[in-house]
Write a protein that binds this ligand. Structure first.
Ligand code: GRG
Length: 300
């Protein structure tokens, strides 16, 4: 392993463990009433997940010299929206899956009504966190951050992308239609993670934000293309969720539409676009560059 790689692994491990502690303290304790709901919220959020969105927020925060406590808060908010989306996505009325992060999905471990409430409560808690305390240099900026997260999660972001996904089952989409779906379903929250991390810092300059936005869009789409490739290539044991499910459910994916070789090469192109977007940002963007590589080269 090269030194740069070892250093990246260490950085990633430290952000992941910091986030585990932060999430555990933002979530209500399992014994607090209603204990079943709080226990299930913790089950859905803690001990699992690559924490890609927090990693992106922390990396973007290096550009604007964002304080660690603010990064923990915005990352926790984004990760709670993400966890809620996974809980609802796994329910019988949507993807109907029994395995997530290597353990039974929330509606299997608890029940459907609890899973629904877990998602609702995690989403509310995310907005409570992002509007509490001082997370930006000015109150207007913090308001903008809450607005950004709401837009990313809503009908013109992730929830809208999920609707397009549900409508697309059993159909063939064109590549631009597939891209439109994923820019919303997966890309919107990833973009929000990058921008929120950046906006936490008092040194968040406008021209850097434009570059970051370009980076976030490339990485968001790359994440999904790789997700489709892994759904085709990897095993259920490696992924911790049911592999090969999209094709079984008749869902259009980059692999079903482009073929596996073209999907792999698209992931490589998006990785190059992400790197190009960082041009001129210097060493402070090193973690973002490493994360683009991690997202494209990951095996799980
Ligand atoms: C229910 C409103 C609503 C939205 C659901 C994100 C989503 C929309 C559904 C998840 C289904 C899915 C497999 C999407 C593909 C990309 C994705 C978000 C994968 C899971 O994210 P990771 O790999 O998961 O970051 P971990 O477990 O590592 O956090």
């Amino acid at each position: 392993m090269k030194i740069a790689e070892t250093d990246f692994q260490a950085w990633m491990g430290s952000v992941q463990s910091r986030m585990e502690t932060a999430l555990a303290s933002f979530l209500p304790a399992a014994h607090v009433a209603p204990a079943r709901l709080h226990e299930a919220m913790r089950y859905a959020t803690l001990e699992g997940g690559k924490r890609v969105r927090p990693l992106l927020a922390f990396a973007a925060g290096e550009l604007s010299e964002a304080p660690r406590e603010r990064l923990e808060a915005v990352s926790a908010a984004v990760e709670m929206i993400h966890a809620y989306s996974l809980v609802h996505d796994d329910m019988p009325c949507m993807d109907d899956d029994v395995l997530r992060r290597g353990k039974p999905t929330v509606h299997v471990e608890y029940d459907e009504a609890t899973a629904l409430l877990v998602g609702d409560a995690l989403q509310s808690l995310a907005f409570q966190i992002i509007t509490e305390g001082k997370l930006a240099d000015r109150a207007e900026r913090q308001l903008e951050m809450a607005h950004l997260l709401a837009a990313a999660a809503g009908s013109r972001g992730m929830a809208g992308g999920q609707q397009i996904d549900l409508d697309a089952t059993g159909k063939t989409l064109t590549v631009p239609e597939l891209e439109f779906m994923h820019i919303h379903k997966t890309g919107a929250l990833i973009r929000a993670a990058v921008l929120l991390g950046f906006l936490c810092g008092d040194q968040a300059a406008g021209e850097e934000r434009v570059k970051l936005d370009r980076y976030a869009k490339a990485v968001g789409l790359a994440f999904q293309v790789v997700d489709d490739v892994l759904d085709h290539d990897a095993s259920t044991a490696t992924l911790g969720k049911t592999a090969g499910k999209d094709s079984k459910q008749g869902k259009p994916t980059y692999v079903s539409i482009l073929g596996i070789a073209a999907a792999r090469s698209l992931a490589g192109e998006l990785r190059a676009q992400a790197h190009a977007a960082l041009d001129g940002l210097g060493g402070r963007a090193a973690r973002l560059a490493q994360l683009a590589d991690f997202i494209v080269l990951r095996k799980f």
